[in-house]
Design a protein around this ligand. Structure first.
Ligand code: HT7
Ligand code: ZN
Length: 879
């Protein structure tokens, strides 16, 4: 497979002004007729020396080529496995093509494919070339008109981008609808849907008074599960007007839910296509987490209408231009809709456990990668989540108002264009008179910087010095790094936890400030500091770095109780738990008995008893750091010791805090037993209640098992029911566990998304024998390797969440995963390639596991054929 480099970018030889498409859909094939109005890119070529036209195309049967109304004979054009080449004779010309494809056999779910009985498309990044020959690159933007023709009975609903302009009947029970999208767009934003769908319809009045027709199309049985998505959509539309001044532009906005989808959703212009897991939400079938995910994904895809569609990417190396910015936008939206601090805690927890691991692994790449083999492999946590952190830092540095000035200029300057991350930065600079030359290293350097901080207090001069040093570890292809701009939001606390006014080099900064660390070594001298303070650093996680300051456990207890900043109170408690767990791992490895640090008990006791504190915050504070995060933090991770000590600590905390936990659980259970509410405080209460239940189940007391079974049976919503099921499945109470699993499966067999949870809970359960259970579940009639949600629910959950079983020392977990990757690579390379991640992290483990993991990677590598997707990740993992 070929590597593509950012440095080789060249503008296209031709542009496509107009694209007219006609799809004839049949059960065993589809015909795609395209009529393209092309013109020479005169900035690259003179009209006297016309270059050949090379169109991208894969897995197509070319039936007809007509150039300027003249049908070309074979030999007048060349076709290979990736392209169609022909020689135009004029600088402006029209090309008409007919291709034949087989959507019903498209298991890769890229291009035009069938999900159940419905036709749908997924064109990002390079799926359009599997529909017809085209200049399938984001900088070629064209006006699309699309006509879809299909049998009326089976496919009453025919959709594409833009506004419907005409429809009619054909003979033989077939009908057609034409759509016109007035906004030029790249092919990756093209979409088509044909199916027997029902509709939830609503409307939205924009800030300029236009009425937008809002439609959510789903399969009939899901009609009652769309209200939350519709509500989220309307709130997103309002938010984007209020916060960014962005108004929706077409007369209609559609969302379609499909069951078979490789990712979460897709922002096609005016016709978003969603994985049904990111649309459907009803309290009987979806958890609070699923509700929040629906809200976030609906917002994310809607926000792309400006950050992605109106202003798009010049090339795929710029992917974070739209994804990092849009993730930042959706996370701010969620923060405004829910608790800001809790949202930030969730995002940071996810980033540190997952993106930091990616940044330290063999696939580490900059937010703007320099090269790739398969672009689908670069829809990564680095491009999305770290990309969002980079935009967040820009927001922090410019402030709310400055950032808005910058984005206004960006949207105005680049509307209708395909641009780069540099263009984005330039707009922010120009609008604010700022200089982000050094800051741009965040786009070009991979790896997570480590920020070490020391302090010194001089009572005589009342000076407090903070010494910062930053270092970024080597990553593939980048042995050395330059210092980056690290914005540190901070305060200094006195002995009562009050913030001391900050005075830095003669300047009064208020009680909290953002200081920029730009050098490899840098010292800040704070003046007029009356007593030796305790620093509260990196508030709100103001930069995606690994901060290290020599806090004692007592310091962390103090900060957990007194830091006025909510995020850093959680951070202190989390740091304490990490420190305690790392200490326990060492003790366990030395074969000594474990002991419980009472300071952690006291921090937890105080928050559990605090009825004033947001219950969601309490739930976050008492949640121990995940095994994945502890593995990420370790130099060489001892999976067994991490699992053992974390479980030991959870049980020890449950026993020590049994009374407080059960008292609060019972209060919350009684308060939550009435009518269901989806409000933030009700969700927070459920989150805490269920976290307490999971601790209490570790005491093994019969009374608690009774509470758990009762919650499972009497739950008025899926959040409570599922939490009780998780607690039972992870308990030793076999009879109750099996009964609950059987009852759940019987009751929800008709609901694929609920059954995904059922598969997932069992795949993630840490008791011995998990792999046999997973193998057996693969035989379940509702499981199929053809559906990405099922693969993620069973295989993904086992490999990513059941670490103790996946890393079994006999190598069985690794061999199982490798078998699934090999099997899946034949039908869906994108999903296969994503499954390689857990094996790619082999360097984190001790030599025996390393060898076993490498053996499986080598076995995958030896397969022929192997998709470029899997080849890229496996070869880079072994390099
Ligand atoms: N922009 C969308 C990307 C996407 C995608 C990429 C590769 C393969 C399948 C895909 N489905 C959707 C999703 C988003 O970030 O909004
Ligand atoms: Zn996106």
């Amino acid at each position: 497979p070929k590597t593509i480099y950012l440095k080789d970018y060249k503008a296209p030889d031709y542009w496509i002004d107009e694209t007219q498409l006609t799809f004839e859909l049949f059960e065993d094939h589809a015909l795609v007729h395209s009529r393209l109005a092309l013109c020479l890119n005169t900035e690259r070529h003179a009209e006297t020396a016309l270059p050949p036209l090379v169109l991208d195309g894969q897995q197509l049967e070319l039936q007809k080529v007509v150039l300027d109304e003249q049908e070309l004979v074979e030999g007048a054009y060349q076709v290979d496995s990736d392209s169609l080449t022909l020689q135009p004779s004029r600088a402006q010309f029209e090309l008409a093509l007919t291709t034949r494809i087989e959507p019903q056999n498209n298991t890769a779910l890229e291009g035009l494919y069938k999900s159940g009985s419905m036709f749908c498309t997924q064109c990002e990044a390079e799926g359009f070339r599997k529909i017809t020959y085209y200049l399938d690159r984001p900088d070629v933007m064209s006006r699309f008109t699309t006509t879809v023709i299909a049998e009326r009975e089976r496919y009453p609903v025919l959709l594409s981008n833009g506004n419907p302009i005409a429809s009619g009947e054909h003979e033989g029970g077939r009908h057609w609808v034409s759509w016109e999208d007035p906004f030029p767009k790249p092919a990756y934003l093209f979409a088509l849907v044909a199916g027997d769908l029902c509709l939830l319809q609503d409307s939205f009045t924009t800030m300029s008074g236009r009425t937008i027709d809002l439609r959510i199309y789903v399969e009939p049985e899901n009609r009652t599960q769309c209200d939350h998505a519709m509500d989220s959509l309307k709130r997103s539309m309002r938010w984007d007007e209020e916060v960014y001044g962005r108004e929706y532009d077409l007369d209609i906005f559609m969302i379609v839910a499909v069951n078979d989808f490789n990712m979460g959703a897709m922002e096609n212009k005016g016709l978003n296509i969603f994985n049904s897991s990111c649309v459907l939400a009803h309290q009987d079938t979806a958890t609070d987490m699923a509700f929040q995910r629906v809200e976030a994904v609906v917002a994310h895809e809607y926000f792309h209408n400006w950050s992605g569609n109106r202003v798009t990417c010049r090339d795929w190396f710029q992917l974070s231009l739209k994804e990092g910015f849009t993730v930042f936008r959706d996370s701010e939206f969620s923060a405004d809709m829910n608790s800001r601090t809790v949202k930030r805690i969730e995002d940071v927890t996810f980033l540190r456990a997952n993106q930091f691991a990616e940044d330290a692994g063999p696939m580490a790449h900059p937010v703007r990668p320099d090269s790739f083999i398969e672009i689908s492999n670069f829809y990564t946590l680095t491009v999305y989540e770290k990309g969002a952190e980079v935009v967040r830092m820009l927001h922090t540095l410019l402030g709310e108002e400055g950032f808005r000035k910058g984005t206004d200029l960006y949207f105005e300057r680049h509307d209708g264009q395909a641009v780069t991350c540099d263009d984005f930065i330039k707009a922010l600079e120009d609008a604010n008179g700022a200089d982000f030359i050094q800051f741009k290293r965040w786009y070009s350097q991979a790896g997570t910087p480590r920020l070490n901080v020391r302090s010194e207090y001089d009572a005589a001069s009342r000076e407090y010095r903070l010494h910062f040093s930053q270092v970024c570890p080597p990553t593939p292809g980048q042995p050395e790094k330059q210092p980056q701009v690290i914005p540190v939001r901070m305060a200094l606390l006195d002995r009562d936890g009050n913030e001391i006014p900050l005075q830095l080099e003669g300047k009064a900064l208020g009680n909290e400030a953002v200081v920029s660390i730009t050098e490899a070594e840098q010292t800040l001298v704070f003046e007029n500091v009356p007593n030796c303070p305790l620093p509260s650093l990196l508030r709100g996680f103001s930069a995606p770095v690994k901060l290290s300051y020599p806090y004692s456990r007592d310091d962390r207890v103090f900060l957990a109780k007194h830091d006025p900043d909510g995020f850093n109170r959680w951070e202190a408690a989390q740091g304490l738990a990490v420190d305690v767990l790392q200490g326990l791992v060492e003790i366990h490895r030395a074969g000594r008995p474990l002991n419980l640090d009472q300071r952690l008990v006291e921090v937890m006791r105080s928050v559990i008893a605090d009825a004033e504190l947001d219950a969601a915050m309490v739930a976050e504070i008492i949640r121990l750091p995940s095994e994945a995060y502890l593995i990420e933090l370790a130099e060489v991770a001892d999976v067994d010791a991490i699992h053992y000590t974390r479980e030991w600590l959870r049980r020890a905390l449950a026993e020590a805090l049994r009374d407080e936990m059960s008292a609060r659980y019972q209060i919350l259970a009684a308060a939550g037993s009435g009518a269901f509410s989806a409000k933030a405080d009700a969700m927070a209460a459920r989150s805490l209640k269920n976290s307490l239940l999971s601790y209490l189940m570790l005491t093994g007391e019969q009374q608690v098992v009774g509470w758990c079974v009762r919650q499972f049976v009497e739950a008025t919503n899926m959040t409570d029911r599922q939490a009780a099921l998780v607690a039972l499945v992870n308990s030793p109470f076999e009879q109750q566990r099996e009964a609950a699993l059987a009852e759940f499966a019987e009751r929800w067999a008709e609901y694929p998304l609920v059954m995904d949870q059922w598969f997932s809970i069992q795949a993630a359960a840490s008791q011995p024998g998990a792999l046999d259970r997973v193998r057996k579940l693969m035989e379940h009639p509702l499981f199929t390797m053809r559906n990405p949600n099922k693969v993620r629910a069973l295989i993904g959950a086992f490999a990513n969440q059941n670490l103790i079983n996946f890393h079994a020392l006999d190598g069985s977990g690794y061999a199982f995963l490798a078998d699934r990757i090999i099997e899946l690579d034949r039908s869906n390379p994108q999903i296969a390639s994503r499954l390689v991640t857990p094996l790619s992290r082999w360097r984190k483990f001790e030599p025996k596991r390393q060898e076993l993991m490498k053996t499986e990677l080598a076995r995958i590598m030896a397969q022929s054929p192997l998709s470029p997707d899997v080849y890229e990740v496996v070869s880079k993992s072994l390099a």
